[in-house]
Write a new protein. Structure first.
Length: 371
């Protein structure tokens, strides 16, 4: 039996996350014609301004679903072939045997073997992912740094491979999606941001979703507080940040309502066709950024709950986090945004310790998804 939305239960679950330590969060849950929107806490610690459900938010790697959908639009036009080697399109960026071995599909599902460029871009993060030996210095040093995506791609391509092309499990890497952005530019004659906006964002009718044109968030937003595993205490505001360090891999700004609208239309076959959607939902095992093996498709990943499969994506930026998931039948949806990141402190071996926020968020997701 389906469980209808219970506003009081959802309000209580949301408030528990705030009381566990997140300054502010907001969410939207949809079940058919029923819609619940809620918010708890503050959007600005300095002024006490409260969060509201309609705020804009940096959605991090949730952007990858938008980029993947844009690539599939080009596949449908015959401009890109999923199983063609990336070297066919971008021989200078991925030259030689690797360019011949790595396919477009492998970039989309993170089985290319290309390393994450981030550890090589910031010398102060050279110990990543051994987080016990990192620090927040690079965040402050690079707030307004404008990175060239070709430089970042080169760092990832020339770094030691994390697996063989097509290897299992694959390894999550932003290098893959920066290359996909270059592929879109190569095959469309315009920037990836413009193409994604025209073919995905506008096609989905999203009025409050856009790529940033500078370090600031336009429109009403919550400030973003980064704790960096307790090394920034109290957490510092990083809402102003030049997102060229991730570009169309993770820089999108949206709202929880727009995210639910997007995933609802995507899974209904209204952004890409049924064949493309089936390809997006073909999963392989990959190692996530958290070091866990998960199933991952083409810019989508599934979450299993009792009696149902949900599809969507999560994302983080400095100070902010987002999760957007839609049940496979489209009948129920969840999108939530939080304005604190990396709240877990590290043990002596560098592993994040459990925090009350983790349990409170798990309860919120369970309450929202148990339809």
């Amino acid at each position: 039996m389906q469980n209808p939305l219970d506003p009081r239960e959802l309000d209580a679950a949301l408030d528990s996350v705030h009381r566990a330590g997140v300054p502010g969060l907001f969410a939207e849950v949809r079940d058919g014609d029923q819609v619940w929107r809620g918010a708890a806490g503050v959007a600005d610690l300095a002024t006490g301004r409260p969060v509201t459900p309609g705020l804009c938010h940096r959605v991090g790697s949730t952007t990858k679903t938008f980029t993947a959908a844009a690539v599939l639009r080009q596949v449908e036009r015959g401009e890109i072939a999923l199983d063609a080697p990336i070297g066919h399109y971008l021989p200078k960026l991925v030259p030689g045997e690797r360019g011949d071995a790595i396919t477009v599909r492998m970039l989309l599902n993170h089985t290319s073997g290309l390393a994450e460029y981030l550890p090589y871009a910031y010398p102060s993060l050279r110990a990543y992912p051994d987080l016990a030996r990192t620090g927040p210095e690079s965040l402050d040093a690079h707030r307004l740094t404008r990175f060239d995506p070709l430089d970042l791609i080169e760092l990832g391509v020339t770094a030691p491979a994390v697996c063989a092309p097509g290897g299992s499990p694959g390894v999550y890497s932003n290098t893959n999606y920066l290359l996909l952005a270059q592929l879109l530019e190569h095959t469309t004659g315009t920037t990836a941001e413009r193409y994604i906006t025209r073919e995905v964002i506008e096609r989905a009718g999203l009025d409050d979703t856009e790529f940033p044109v500078g370090p600031h968030i336009e429109g009403p937003y919550s400030r973003l507080y980064e704790s960096w595993f307790g090394m920034i205490d109290p957490p510092r505001d990083y809402s102003d940040f030049d997102m060229s360090w991730v570009g169309p891999s993770a820089s999108l700004i949206s709202t929880v309502a727009d995210l639910n609208r997007f995933y609802g239309k995507l899974l209904a076959g209204r952004i890409v066709g049924p064949g493309s959607l089936a390809e997006m939902r073909r999963t392989v095992p990959i190692v996530s950024q958290e070091g866990k093996v998960i199933e991952y498709g083409l810019g989508l990943h599934p979450t299993e709950v009792p009696g149902a499969t949900w599809w969507g994506h999560g994302g983080t930026v400095w100070g902010g986090g987002t999760l957007a998931m839609t049940r496979a039948d489209g009948g129920r949806q969840l999108a939530v945004a939080v304005n604190l990141q990396r709240w877990n402190r590290l043990d002596t071996s560098g592993r994040p310790q459990p925090h009350a926020i983790d349990g409170a968020l798990a309860t919120l997701f369970r309450v929202a998804m148990r339809g």
